[in-house]
Design a protein around this ligand. Sequence first.
Ligand code: PMP
Length: 352
Amino acid sequence: MRTWESNVRKVTPYVPGEQPNKPDMIKLNTNENPYPPAPGVRRAMKEFDPDCLRLYPDPGASALTEALAEYCKVKPEQVFIGVGSDDVLAMAFLTFFNSDRPILFPDITYSFYPVWAEAFRIPCRTLPLDEKFRIVTDDYLQDNGGIIFPNPNAPTGLAMGLSEVEKIVQNNKDSVVIVDEAYVDFGAESAVSLIDTYENLLVVQTFSKSRSMAGMRIGFALGSPVLIKYLNDFKHSFNSYTMNQTSLKYGVEAVRDQAYFQETVEKIVRTREHAKEVLGEMGFTFPDSKANFLFITHPDYEAKELFEALREREIYVRYFQSPGIDKYLRVTIGTDEQMEALYTFLREYIKK
Ligand code: PMP
């Protein structure tokens, strides 16, 4: 090793899902929304004047902060905005998980958590899910330096009830509890209603899934003004201009169109519930997902084999070669048409 290399902060990076770009592909591998963003976003894009790009964007992201505060019925000082929820979560790890005691998160969960913990030198302890892939609430009532879990969890799609979430927050008043609600709009109960009661609760959401804007990179956190101030202090010690002009403008349009948002989410939920019936009839089993994906397994077919066969037909789903989940495929809910193509392929494959 070269001498300077011993000073390098070495990390094991997160592995994002592949982003193929083929004309006829069916992309069900990274939990994107199959429907376009709200019509107002398209309009705003057409009207966008590039002259404004000369100037730095608003470091406080105030237009989007206010739109979100109004939509979420909170005060603007309870909103923090970042470049996708990955940015918000990473910032929250750095800001709030600064103890010698380990942070706690499930052993099967969003695979970015252990990456941030390692990158930022945060001690962590992973807690096993039960045999039905459920988070065991009581395990989180132990000494810790912070807690994070998604609700619904990924990649299982299982949601916890609000009272269970509250039990964790209420019994951990000495540390910050982060609830990652990337998929909450597809059928789980948000913990936002608890942020006025618990100063130590941070709820993180994203525009990438229910608002069809993964490519725009907008995420946000909601919490007590004191938590949000700490997050902003950290952001301004790092990069004040994280949100570019376009994200701020188009983000506001996405938040404004409540009706379109509702309609898109309902379509995805309907398709998901139908997918449960169809895949169940084929012999697949899965946790009862409340997210925009299903985590499926079949008793007679290896997940890896199915993944590869699907991929050859340019139907992309996600396969994780990790212990405990390597018999499963995570399938994002697409349009009805995309899902029909998936069912047709699987029916034929299973007949073989
Ligand atoms: N949390 C969870 C549980 C996720 O699955 C994802 C998507 N990979 C994210 C956060 C991050 O999403 P984004 O950065 O696009 O907001």
